[in-house]
Write a protein that binds this ligand. Sequence first.
Ligand SMILES: Cc1cc2nc3c(=O)[nH]c(=O)nc-3n(C[C@H](O)[C@H](O)[C@H](O)COP(=O)(O)OP(=O)(O)OC[C@H]3O[C@@H](n4cnc5c(N)ncnc54)[C@H](O)[C@@H]3O)c2cc1C
Length: 316
Amino acid sequence: MDFSGLSALVGEENISLNVPMASLTTFKIGGPADATVRPQDVEQLKEVTEWCREKGLPWILLGKGSNILVSDEGFRGVVICPEGDFLSIHTEGYQIHVGCGVTLARAAKEALDHGLTGLEFAAGIPGSLGGAVYMNAGAYGGEMSQVLGSICYLDGSGIRHIGPEEARFTYRGSRFMQEKSLVLGAVICLKPGDAGQIQERMRDLAGRRREKQPLEYPSAGSMFKRPEGYFAGKLIQDAGLAGFSVGGARVSEKHCGFVINTGSATARDVRALVQAVHNKVWESFGVRIWPEVRYLGHKGWEPMLASEGEVCATLS
Ligand SMILES: Cc1cc2nc3c(=O)[nH]c(=O)nc-3n(C[C@H](O)[C@H](O)[C@H](O)COP(=O)(O)OP(=O)(O)OC[C@H]3O[C@@H](n4cnc5c(N)ncnc54)[C@H](O)[C@@H]3O)c2cc1C
């Protein structure tokens, strides 16, 4: 494939070819993407998606790659990594204006620096603002839907601004996921607080993560969504699957909801493990657990879990 048309849009320095997706994901798994492209502003982003559409090439907007499993064959398409304007962040009063490429850790630090409370829950989630809004990320009783004042996004008809009540947030879902639209940025609305207490809360939550989660191994966090009325990790543990492995993929003994890459895991290993865990939990307790982690580039892989996890990349 000739990507010179893309270079003309974003500059040669903002394109890389055959990039191993393992290097762009926290799972450290995944074959090469044909191209990664780094648009610097919304005009470039639009032009890149239009170029892909004209060429009939699949594409995906990637955040920090902390909730994604890329196939061993990689992705035959374009991975868009927003930079430039998308990394902007500034505070006005109690509101933080955040571009989609900013990490949640950076946004939480901004809140701390301005003595604003409400975002402490997000400090340890290793994603971008865009990915977190798209997934409605949450932890320790907080979630993105609770702290957003407005969201700016791009769909087939252009740039739109909406309030959180129009974002159709659900548990780990949003209209952006349903409609496959792109989150460009958001305004986070917080309350004034005591900087010492905010910092203490962040430290406490970071300590709890270190104690309970296998942060020493590559993973994509909780592999499964919480089934209503249950905890996926507890079901997996009670099914006797702590430490269960397929190749280099293993159910963490520290937190059974995490699937870890012990060093040489392939996407094939993870998929087989997810399927086996799903089946065993269903047989043991009659509860279905579905992946929270998004799948990319797994075309031709048809088992039942694909439809729940497959990432699609079209602006319709
Ligand atoms: C150690 C660890 C701990 C974790 N703990 C938590 C936790 O406590 N709570 C929690 O909710 N999650 C947790 N996660 C999962 C993950 O961090 C979140 O789901 C996060 O919101 C994903 O953001 P990301 O930028 O990494 O998205 P990516 O993994 O890059 O992408 C995930 C999906 O979001 C889409 N996307 C990304 N950016 C945009 C955008 N701007 N517009 C539209 N779509 C976009 C992608 O196309 C993809 O479909 C954890 C992960 C790890 C590795």
